[in-house]
Design a protein around this ligand. Structure first.
Ligand code: AP5
Length: 224
């Protein structure tokens, strides 16, 4: 199985991707996390990506596609893959379509999450994440037990530099202009596009996404 998570910034792709990957035993390729890790390491890719990310613009396709190709080649052939944050425009969608057959895969489904802009801006301003284990929190909707500390590993939580309201609004414009056309691209390519209302509690979104995948692909997830 190859499933692409689509939806605007802050809609819950990372939150839901973590649960769904665990439920179905899939791997995840999260381009935003790969880029943030490259920035922390100070690698050439990280330095090249930094200014684009801080502005809320997309990082150039050639850097992203090379990074994704490398990750895909390292994956176990028998394991499903969830793409989070990739593809981000039609050119990346076409690049993915060209690369997947090389590893005997194709895009089977797309989960399209939606929510109103004001909800997305608030989620961005409240988001905190653990730089060590990657767990996501939200000071308004899903706070850690101790303020500023990861429940799982005790690490100090961080607020992403591109989560300031102005930058989130710019990222929303970028989403509408560059990423939304992928919905039509996938509908026309014959992939199954499953639309999920992301403006519900985290658990309700998870249930909706899980049921949609199980029904569409005759899957059975881990009940835990
Ligand atoms: P990226 O990291 O991919 O960010 P994004 O797509 O903008 O998505 P987010 O991570 O902001 O949101 P999300 O949907 O994952 O929501 P989350 O689950 O965290 O990209 C960042 C940058 O990297 C880009 O701007 C670009 O520069 C670059 N980049 C990345 N990929 C690229 C590519 N392919 N090509 C070019 N450039 C690329 O949830 C958000 C918050 O809300 C959390 O605090 C969470 O706890 C909370 N929350 C989630 N669901 C709910 C709910 N149902 N109710 C209440 N709170 C909720």
């Amino acid at each position: 199985m190859v499933v692409v998570l689509l939806g605007p910034p802050g809609v819950g792709k990372g939150t839901q991707g973590a649960v769904l990957a665990e439920t179905f035993g899939w791997d995840r390729i999260i381009t935003g996390d790969l880029l943030r890790a490259a920035r922390r390491e100070g690698s050439r890719l990280g330095r090249q990506a930094q200014a684009y990310m801080d502005r809320g613009d997309l990082v150039p396709d050639e850097l992203i596609v090379a990074m994704v190709r490398e990750r895909l080649e390292g994956l176990d052939a028998g394991i499903g893959v969830l793409f989070d944050g990739f593809p981000r425009n039609v050119a990346q969608g076409e690049a993915l379509e060209a690369v997947l057959p090389e590893v005997d895969r194709q895009v089977d489904g797309v989960l399209l999450f939606t929510a109103p802009d004001d909800v997305l801006v608030k989620r961005g301003s409240g988001r905190r994440n653990c730089p060590d284990c990657g767990r996501l929190y939200n000071v308004y909707f899903d706070p850690p037990r101790t303020e500023g500390e990861c429940d799982d590993c005790g690490e100090a939580l961080v607020h992403r530099s591109d989560d300031e309201p102005e930058t989130v609004r710019h990222r929303l414009d970028v989403y509408r202009e560059q990423t939304e056309p992928l919905v039509r691209y996938y509908r026309e390519s014959g992939a199954v596009v499953l639309e999920i209302d992301g403006d519900q509690s985290i658990d309700d979104v998870t249930q909706a996404a899980r049921r949609a995948l199980e029904d569409a692909f005759d899957l059975e997830g881990d009940a835990a």
